[in-house]
Ligand binder design. Structure first.
Ligand code: KIV
Length: 280
């Protein structure tokens, strides 16, 4: 990590060269970003997973550029040291190169984030080149790409047969050649992830891709135990904040009902007899 300012793409590459692991976690608002940043995570991902964990959508497909920008601004404000990477949502980079550059540019200009992430390999390579040539760092995303969940037939492990493994290796190399600074590999057998990590000189950040990757990424709500609708096999839950929060709120409700809250220390004293006001 740099002594001053935010983590840079150069810092991440250096970490890979030295064999040091990089860390990434999602965050979607000011308070989450402050916590994640203070804990020393290298990169904060404003993932389009916000559609599911923050907005209650069924998938990431409905997330709009405006929603991403709204959350991204708050995350940038809440963080000081981490690199902030913004997901480009569905259909903001697949149509054509100009469109991709315009949308990536908006995200960077309006949020102040340092990089964008997009899903796919050779099929989005022109978009990657266009954005990189404009000077914006791009992170790739291969394997289980949630924006293509319909085509992939669900949230399944990817790259399991020879053809799919070969395509993923080719896609990863194409992204590196196009100038991507890192790639997320999601839900990929660990041997394939390890091979890609070894073949490429840019950092490979895994999620459900084993420990040989150059770093790991997880979703904030999964790590904190805040999302209880489903938990993928690759998630490790470090806290059970949902349980803690429900307990805390039940205590609050109980104390309001019984008059325990607010107590003496929570109130303001006027120190005046109000009856006397009426008599004046
Ligand atoms: O949107 C997201 O949170 C992601 C991670 C799962 C890598 O893309």
């Amino acid at each position: 990590m740099s002594k001053k300012g935010r983590v840079t793409t150069f810092d991440l590459r250096e970490k890979k060269r030295k064999g040091e692991k990089s860390t990434m976690l999602t965050a979607y608002d000011y308070s989450q970003a402050k916590v994640v940043d203070e804990a020393g995570v290298d990169m904060i991902l404003v993932g389009d997973s916000l559609g599911m964990v923050m907005l209650g959508y069924e998938s990431t497909l409905a997330v709009t550029l405006e929603e991403m920008i709204h959350h991204g601004k708050a995350v940038v404000k809440g963080s000081k040291s981490a690199m902030v990477v913004m997901d480009l949502p569905f259909l903001t980079y697949q149509v054509n190169r100009d469109d991709a550059l315009r949308n990536a540019g908006r995200v960077i200009q309006e949020t102040g984030a340092q990089a964008v992430k997009l899903e796919g390999g050779i099929e989005v390579i022109e978009a990657v080149k266009g954005i990189v040539e404009a000077g914006v760092p791009v992170m790739g995303h291969l394997g289980l790409t949630p924006q293509s969940v319909g085509q992939l037939g669900g949230y399944k492990v990817q790259g399991k047969d020879k053809g799919a493994a070969r395509k993923m290796i080719e896609d990863a190399k194409a992204l590196e050649e196009a100038g991507a600074f890192a790639i997320v590999l999601e839900c990929v057998p660990w041997e394939l992830a390890a091979f890609i990590t070894e073949q490429l000189s840019i950092p490979i950040i895994g999620i459900g891709a084993g420990k040989q990757c150059d770093g790991q990424v997880l979703v904030f709500h999964d790590v904190m135990g805040l999302f209880d609708e489903f938990r993928p096999k690759f998630v490790k839950q470090y806290l059970n904040l949902r349980e803690e929060m429900v307990k805390g709120i039940k205590d609050y409700v109980g104390e309001v009902k019984t008059g325990v809250f607010p107590a003496e220390e929570h109130i303001f004293n006027l120190g005046m007899n109000l009856e006397s006001l009426l008599e004046e």
